[in-house]
Design a protein around this ligand. Structure first.
Ligand SMILES: O=C(O)[C@@H](CO)OP(=O)(O)O
Length: 348
């Protein structure tokens, strides 16, 4: 179907009250969602907003962002506007998608051991979670992927990308030294266009859990008391013995995000970050402007993608995209809906 230039969506202010209460298991669904009908001349889009999916934070209300015929500046022919005009490339990108995903279940998650920076792989369940996550983001544009230096995050990113409908190939970048850079070059521009660079950064590693690494969480609580262990696990500025506090983790993870990832989003590139429970908690604290008190109650489940839209310097949380097979639609913006429609056309 010829993609009609969609008209400006009517702005709908969907005020969503989502009440989330947090459980020690780390997450609880909350269906504080509302359906908001966005009508344009070309197609009606029901956007079930803010399906609270599997991550919680404090009670928040959201208003729907204005969706307009903004020029999409993306680095992917599928989503580039059909009729680019001369001055399009000079236009600042309208928005960019940011996907955050905590790695799937790891073998030490399964054993309930403190993991931190110990480099353990995913379990079979973690592999399945990563693949399911890939299905949920399979229609969202991704131009760059960032992971930590740990295999559980890298496995999650690569497994998720096996499900992406654009079928670009994620390539881990080796820039650790000149030889690594030289020996991993791609000598075909066309092939290069079909690749997505994957940048690994130790700054996105899980918080270093110090002398708790390898200890069983329940045994540690029995030994030191539940309150003390909860303080080590979830407080902002109290580190575990010879380990990192969340604040210390944020000093590297958020700094890396601001220095290396945010500029990419500002240039219109769509980014996925596959990382860890605490390094992502520190980043979400920054994105959502949570206080050190509020972040205590923020928990992330394994393998559940979280979608943000970066627009005019702000991060708008859009919830967790539902799987492509599920009825209904996503916390999509117009641009993301267009991208999906072009994928459908391309894959017909
Ligand atoms: O052990 C760890 O590294 C982390 C994440 O698995 O555990 P917690 O959720 O207790 O911070």
């Amino acid at each position: 179907m010829q993609m009609m230039a969609t008209t400006v969506f009517q702005q709908a202010l969907g005020t969503l009250e989502s009440h989330s209460c947090l459980s020690s298991s780390g997450f609880r669904h909350e269906c504080g969602s509302a359906s908001v009908k966005l009508i344009s001349k070309d197609f009606k889009v029901d956007i079930a907003l803010m399906r609270r999916g599997n991550y919680c934070s404090k009670k928040r209300s959201f208003s729907l962002i204005q969706a307009s015929t903004s020029q999409t500046t993306v680095f992917d022919p599928v989503s580039s506007p059909l009729h680019k005009t001369a001055n399009d490339s000079k236009k600042k990108p309208s928005e960019a998608a940011l996907i955050l995903i905590r790695h799937g279940e790891s073998m030490w998650n399964e054993k309930n051991l403190f993991t931190g920076c110990v480099d353990v792989p995913l379990t079979k369940k973690g592999v399945e979670e990563a693949i399911e996550a890939g299905k949920r983001i399979s229609n969202i544009p991704i131009d760059l992927i960032y992971t930590s230096a740990l295999i559980r995050a890298q496995m999650t990113a690569m497994l998720a990308m096996t499900q992406h409908r654009r079928k670009k190939v994620p390539i881990i970048q080796h820039e650790e030294n000149e030889q690594a850079r030289a020996w991993s070059q791609i000598f075909s521009e066309e092939t290069n266009k079909q690749c997505i660079p994957v940048i690994t950064a130790w700054q996105l590693n899980e918080r270093m859990y110090g002398e708790l690494q390898g200890l069983n969480k329940q045994e540690t609580a029995d030994k030191y008391g539940k309150a003390k262990v909860q303080e080590w696990r979830r407080s902002y500025d109290i580190p575990p013995p010879n380990g990192e506090s969340l604040e210390m983790c944020a000093e590297r993870a958020v700094a890396y995000f601001q220095e290396h990832i945010e500029p990419q989003l500002q240039s219109g590139k769509n980014v996925m970050i596959a990382a860890h429970g605490n390094s992502l908690r520190s980043i979400i604290m920054y994105l959502d402007k949570l206080t050190s008190q509020e972040v205590i109650s923020l928990e992330l489940s394994t393998g559940i993608p979280m979608l943000y839209i970066f627009k005019e310097g702000s991060f708008i949380r859009r919830g967790s995209p539902v799987a492509p097979t599920e009825a209904g639609v996503y916390a999509y913006t117009k641009r993301l809906a267009q991208y999906r429609q072009r994928l459908d056309e391309m894959l017909q």
